[in-house]
Design a protein around this ligand. Structure first.
Ligand code: ZN
Length: 266
């Protein structure tokens, strides 16, 4: 038997948003203290192939949405020695404004997306504000243009992209949300993206209020747990605790990059 393909996994923080806890749960929060969100792109680095997961928003979107953009996501990846211009595979978990954009920075990439996400982002529900407001039409149109260039690789459900790396449709938050499962030195890690914005959404089973289908969201939590080797192998999509629980790959990257293929600190 040959050795399994093991990957290193990194979260790169590129933005931050102060908000109250009540904005993070359906039904609000009885204490309603500060409960900010961080914004990440992720790097999955293998010996043979590497994958970038999500693209992050650009400066114009940050200004329009009043989000604090700390760095260009491509500059964050450069800290890890990755040149965005040479990246060949980008997995897009879903098309919300904070996960796409910046296509121009990745001129060689193929974009991996679920069929259902493109259908959702260009279909009937986008005529309705509760579903449309987390999408940026220019980013969606931008990805449609990439489809016509032959650069979008569509997946329907579960798909192995490389040995030890697969995508899995969960839906819920959006109709076509997918999560990423990666084999690492500590076992199977799941990048949950917005299947769980925060540890609290998943651990306390309290749904995030931007949602296409609550039943699918709750079922998605079960699926994410099933795909991961333990609850500590699930990485939420927006939780500032990720930066505290996981070590930086080197001291100068503290608070910027977290290494997810090693065990969390607590
Ligand atoms: Zn998000």
């Amino acid at each position: 038997m040959s050795a399994p393909d093991l990957y290193e996994v990194f979260a790169v923080k590129y933005a931050h948003h102060e908000r109250r806890a009540s904005a993070n749960f359906i039904g609000g929060d009885p204490h309603d203290g500060p409960m900010p969100l961080d914004y990440f792109v992720w790097l999955v680095r293998g010996a043979k192939r590497s994958f970038v997961v999500d693209l992050g928003f650009n400066a114009a979107t940050a200004a329009a949405r009043k989000r604090e953009r700390i760095r260009n996501p491509a500059d964050g990846l450069r800290l890890l020695g990755v040149d965005a211009a040479s990246v060949e595979d980008v997995i897009i978990t879903h098309l919300h404004y904070d996960h796409v954009g910046n296509f121009d920075l990745f001129p060689r990439a193929v974009f991996h997306l679920q069929d259902k996400e493109m259908e959702y982002a260009t279909g009937r529900h986008m005529a309705q504000k509760p579903f449309a407001e987390a999408y940026a039409v220019d980013d969606v149109v931008g990805l449609v243009r990439e489809v016509y260039k032959g650069r979008v690789r569509f997946h329907d459900g579960d798909a192995e992209l490389a040995p030890g790396l697969s995508v899995h449709h969960v839906g819920g938050h959006t109709k076509g949300l997918q999560v990423v499962r990666v084999q690492t030195g500590r076992g199977w890690v799941v990048l949950a993206s917005d299947a769980a914005h925060l540890y609290a959404n998943l651990e306390e089973m309290r749904p995030f209020p931007i949602v296409y289908h609550v039943g699918e969201m709750v079922e998605g939590w079960r699926r994410v747990r099933e795909l991961a080797d333990s609850p500590a192998h699930v990485v939420p999509g927006h939780d500032p605790l990720v930066m505290r629980r996981y070590p930086a790959p080197s001291p100068e990257f503290e608070g910027i990059v977290a290494r997810l293929d090693v065990a969390p600190r607590d």
